[in-house]
Design a protein around this ligand. Structure first.
Ligand SMILES: Nc1nc2c(ncn2[C@@H]2O[C@H](COP(=O)(O)OP(=O)(O)OP(=O)(O)O)[C@@H](O)[C@H]2O)c(=O)[nH]1
Ligand SMILES: [Mg+2]
Length: 116
């Protein structure tokens, strides 16, 4: 079966190595925020993980960075309740977003997330 969109070309070996090094270096939790005004300054590229509740956004961040418990994952939908910011060295941010759809969480928390 052919795909309805073109696949990206394979990266050059140099680009693949730069990508590997990016995720192999230090990764730190910066903070969790519930208001846009609390986001860190937009001074570097940021990759944001968005999607429905419980699809595996936090697990994917852990898999990409090779850190088991960096982003908290759970089989309860609505586990991530803030915008959690992680720093890849000093060059990039990763943002783990609360999922949309059903959340098994207190209403006040859900409402705080909607205000972001
Ligand atoms: N089968 C399977 N399960 C996965 C995969 N990735 C994550 N899970 C499971 O899916 C559940 C939800 O994972 P999370 O990473 O917490 O999902 P999330 O999208 O961050 O969820 P919210 O923070 O609630 O929006 C957990 O029980 C994970 O173990 C995957 O690739 N395959
Ligand atoms: Mg999550």
């Amino acid at each position: 079966m052919s795909l309805p969109f073109p696949l990206a070309p394979d990266p050059t070996p140099e680009a693949a190595e730069r990508g590997r090094l990016l995720f192999a270096g230090p990764v730190t939790f910066v903070k969790g925020v519930v208001a846009m005004s609390r986001l860190p300054p937009a001074d570097r590229p940021e990759v944001c993980f968005a999607g429905r509740s419980n699809v595996g956004k936090s697990s994917l961040i852990n898999a990409l960075t090779g850190r088991k418990g960096l982003a908290r994952a759970s089989n309860t939908p609505g586990r991530t309740q803030e915008i959690n910011i992680f720093a890849l060295g000093e060059s990039h941010y990763l943002a783990d977003l609360p999922g949309y759809g059903f959340a098994q969480a207190p209403l006040a928390k859900v409402a705080a997330g909607r205000r972001c």
